[in-house]
Structure formats: C-alpha cells, structure tokens
Design a protein. Structure first.
Length: 143
C-alpha cells in the first residue's frame, strides 16, 4: 500500500484529537483520541476497516461513559493537600487588604486576598492569617 497505512492514520487522528483537547479542555476529545489509539492497535494487528470502526465506536462510548466523568472529577477537584497547605499560615500584606480585595505574599507567591470581616483592613507589611481560600482568593484575618 502506498502512502500511510490505516494504523498510521488512526494514530495521527489520535494525536490530533489530543492536541485539540489541550486547547478545549472539556475531556471530550481526549476520549476520542484514546479510542483512535486503540483502533490503531487493531489496524496494526490486521483487523479489517469495519472492525476498526467498531473498535473505535465501542471504545469511544466506553471512554466517554466511564473515563470522562472520572477525568472531569479529577480536573474540577482542587488538590486538598495544596489547598490545606495555606490555611492557618501567616502571610505578609503587599497591597492594602480589605473586604474588597488586596494582595498578600506567602511562600514567595503572590495571591489576591480579602479580609474575612468587612471592617478589617490590613496595610502593607502587616502579618495576617489565612483562614480559607476560594479559587485564587485567600481570605485573611488578624493574627
């Protein structure tokens, strides 16, 4: 056969779909890409095109039904070890912190910060305690 063989085409499609997943992190294209790689193995083993398409369809369904929810759960769950690393620690105020916002520094990292209590304001150089975080915002209180 001149040109690319079927297993190479399946592999190229799998790589392409994995690259698409990088730019659209929906955990959808990754599953199709993995199914392409399984189909490439079937093609390499000498399976007919019909069998390869059935393998692709079956593994796409399996990956989308069982693997995708697991991957989404892993992607959307924060790492509790990392989050807990900051709670209760002392941080230095870099920009005035109030209930509206500000900036702090901890472990040589800069974070957006808000005071837990509306009345509290912290000036640059003061030390504060981190009590919780919400995504990229740390909530702080007086030491």
């Amino acid at each position: 056969m001149d040109g690319l063989s079927l297993w190479q085409i399946w592999s190229i499609a799998g790589v392409f779909l994995c690259i698409v997943e990088i730019f659209t992190p929906a955990m959808f294209f990754l599953n199709l890409g993995l199914a392409c790689f399984v189909s490439a193995l079937a093609a390499f083993a000498g399976a007919s095109l019909t069998v390869q398409v059935v393998v692709f369809s079956a593994f796409s369904a399996v990956f989308l039904i069982w693997l995708r929810p697991y991957l989404l759960k892993q992607k959307n769950s924060g790492n509790p070890e990392t989050v807990g690393l900051y709670i209760g620690k002392t941080a230095k105020v870099l920009e005035k912190v109030s209930s509206l916002g500000g900036r702090i520094s901890i472990f040589d990292e800069e974070w957006q910060a808000k005071s837990v209590n509306e009345d509290d304001e912290f000036n640059p150089g003061e030390k504060v305690r981190i009590v919780k975080n919400d995504s990229i915002v740390m909530y702080v209180e007086k030491l």
